[in-house]
Ligand binder design. Structure first.
Ligand SMILES: [Fe+2]
Ligand SMILES: [Fe+2]
Length: 183
């Protein structure tokens, strides 16, 4: 794991820059999640899976609203790549949905596994820093884990090409995180 607060000594000022980067990447991720589900719902809005996708989409909107408010109050700019995540997220959502309901669920499994790790590592890095943020991250992480379980319960692992789909989406999500932390 990368050390986020490498040169800090006890009593040093809060590492605002580092927390700003965390907020930026988390906002980007939740935004991307809403775009994925929008793409899935535009394809599968009338399918058996619609209700469960809608339920997950609502949670992502709640997460996104939280980070939007934090960016505003702390005067942190969003990632420059937001227009890209709009298109890429939607495309991944629509493409997996076109492959079928199982593939759409496999997409959720992949994304949530990466986000689970990502939020866990942020919570560790925050340690005693910014307890309110840490708590929000841990609570959102619980939601993401629940989404993953819901997606498995709705047939993710039975999707043809499950391994391939999840490997590709995990790789893409990690790249998106890396880029959104830096840009
Ligand atoms: Fe989320
Ligand atoms: Fe989620």
């Amino acid at each position: 794991m990368t050390e986020v607060f490498p040169h800090r000594l006890p009593g040093d000022p809060a590492p605002e820059q580092e927390i700003a980067r965390m907020l930026r990447v988390d906002h980007a991720g939740e935004y991307g999640a809403t775009r994925i589900y929008q793409g899935q719902l535009d394809v599968l809005g009338r399918s058996r899976s619609a209700a469960v996708i809608r339920r997950m989409a609502e949670a992502e909107h709640r997460h996104l609203t939280h980070f939007e408010a934090l960016l505003r109050t702390r005067r942190v700019r969003p990632t420059l790549l937001q227009p890209l995540w709009s298109v890429a997220g939607y495309a991944v959502g629509a493409a997996t949905a076109l492959l079928g309901e199982g593939a759409a669920m496999a997409c959720t499994v992949a994304v949530e596994e990466v986000i689970d790790e990502h939020y866990r590592s942020q919570a560790e890095q925050l340690a005693n820093e910014d307890p309110a943020l840490r708590e929000a991250i841990l609570s959102f992480r619980d939601d993401e884990i629940a989404h993953r379980e819901l997606a498995i319960a709705h047939g993710a692992e039975e999707a043809p090409g499950y391994e391939l789909i999840t490997a590709a989406i995990k790789a893409g999500s990690r790249i998106a995180i890396w880029l959104s932390t830096r840009l």
